[in-house]
Design a protein around this ligand. Sequence first.
Ligand code: GLA
Length: 742
Amino acid sequence: MIHISSHSLTGEPLFHLRAGDASYVFCVFHGYLLHLYCGPAVGEDDLTALLVKVGHDSVVPRPADTPEGWFSLDIAPQEFPVYGTGDYRPSALMVRRADGSAATSLRYVSHEVLPGKPVLDHQPATFAAPDEADTLAVTLRDPGSGFVVRLYYTAMRALPVIIRRAAAENPSDNPVTVERIASASLDFATWMEPAELLHLWGTWGRERTIERTPLAHGTVSVSSRRGASSHHHNPFAALVAQSTTETAGPAIGLSLVYAGNFEIAADTDPFGSIRFQAGIESTDFAWRLDPGETFVTPEAVLAISGEGLGKMSRTFHRLWREHLCRGEWAERERPVLVNNWEATYFKFDSEKLLAIAKDAAACGIEMLVMDDGWFGTRNDDRSSLGDWFVNEEKLPGGLAPLVERINALGLKFGIWFEPEMISPVSKLFDAHPDWALGTVGRDRSVARSQYVLDMTRPDVRDYLFDTISGVLSSANIEYVKWDFNRNLTEAASATLPPERQGEILHRYVLGLYDLLDRITAAFPHLLLEGCSSGGGRFDPAMLYYAPQYWTSDDTDAMERLDIQLGTTMVYPCSSMSCHVSASPNHQTRRVTSFETRGHVAMGGAFGYELDLTTLTDEEKALIRHQVADYHRFYALINRGDFYRLILPGDTVNGKTGRCAAWMTVSEDRSEALVTFVVIRASIHPVYFLRLAGLDPDARYQEESTGAVYGGSTLMNAGINLTAAHKGGWTDGSSVVMHFMRV
Ligand code: GLA
């Protein structure tokens, strides 16, 4: 809900946005938009009393037209600070005009309350019906140039979520260049305790590792300049107190719905005010706005928790599941699949795939996914990307006969593409060398022997749409794994004029969205899985198109504990694609039991990634059991409330990195599923585990032992797991416990 009043200082508007149990408050002060509060709900008080009226240094300029001697933009908490007029902290906007100048001042013009959440453009965005959200649009204008910025704030009614976006418009008669524009910026002027930035770092095979770093005076930030959101940092960070835990303390999560270069930063000034900002990374960004044109930023999402990280995560999970993921597969039970990548790599043919499919059918697996290697002359990773034509030496007669035989076994069929790439050794590159991103007179860098297509070009996108549609229409294909295996370099386009080359990295992302929009509209029943050398572009923008994402190329169950639990900081279990793979694991050579590999993979969209034809009867029986469990617990795991109980990096009973545990609880709290994994055992290990999220007054029965416990007992005293593993605890052993209210 949006409450608007006049405040006591100048009588200008004060906006109080109520989102779930959170408040977001800001006001207009002499035309400047000042931030007052973001956190657990507060009353409808006049929060201008929170404005800091310290005297400013004599070196700090102040606006000439504000009578208050204490007021300076360098100290004032702002909503959308701009460059060049006295705020020396990181700007939300820098715009260069035709005369070369960049000083800008944004002043309030008007505001408007809009029902629900308006659709602004063709970028991925959360959605909400008129009775689920309210939106406030505030228009600001630079008196000197007429440049207009409209800020959009959506307050979700049932969730503590504020969604922000900015639209910059050039009403002048001359072009201007936007050199920096944030999606959201806000200043926490009253944050008094030691603060930290919690973020997710990584690299290939080690995505989304949780890290907390103390804020310092100056800027602490995470970003990507790789052309994609990347393995290395996720477009998310949370501002937390040093004392914040899973269950207590402030956690303000900021996530950017964007698949490209981003920056999320926390800047601390000498007065302890923290500027928290998210937007497109500005190193190689310069967007020319011709007269009358508007630039709309990606949206930024704030998830506000006063009760620790767990609540912030559950807020994100619900928002992404219910207000971002689209299409029939967003909430639908996903088929258990087997993917042939780690089973065969490039060495397969129809007969091999059919052999895997036969065993899959016998085990209850529901879909076979044919990974890389089915097209062109691709027998290794050195050729053929772009030549999306079936290799009939591997698949005689094309896809249709293969898919028919797989369907006849009762299995669905899925296929792998890497649409945005082009191999220098390909028919496509021979025909269209200028379709690859590149700078004239400069060699293209290679990664995995491939170049990146110029997705800014409509002809490139048309080619991709036509060839991919042709393949998808040629047989009953029900799933696509959309891969993206390298970062961008030499990003220049043969078709854009010099003054627009600074737009390429953003235009690339918009081109990707356009192609995804067209494919998902043309094939509405398709289940799309995102992938980028594992989880290299696992972000909300991709989840808008693909409700599940290949979490990591590291399929080792112990490594997956870090990766998957890190991913749950922002993303729901339903979005994490998790497979049981071979042991010893292909990435780490670690040996882990089939049972534990299943327990860990069950933490997300479940499947297998190994050669089923080499398994023992005992292992196949285990698969039947795991598949049955997956169906039985689907709703609980994918729609329940998620709680991280022990992170692999936690110290438990004096030892660090020894175990991990998590659980999901059904919304009505009648059922819970708890997973506990011992990473490394010791002599005489002692394990207790306190559960979370249960009804303290209810009684619950654990299925395998029949033991009955009170909810409050399970949450406060905990359960004794010391003897919970039948064979005794060893490295990589695990248990799953199912609790039902009695
Ligand atoms: C990437 C993906 C893998 C697999 C290979 C195929 O690395 O992450 O799952 O699809 O490409 O080349």
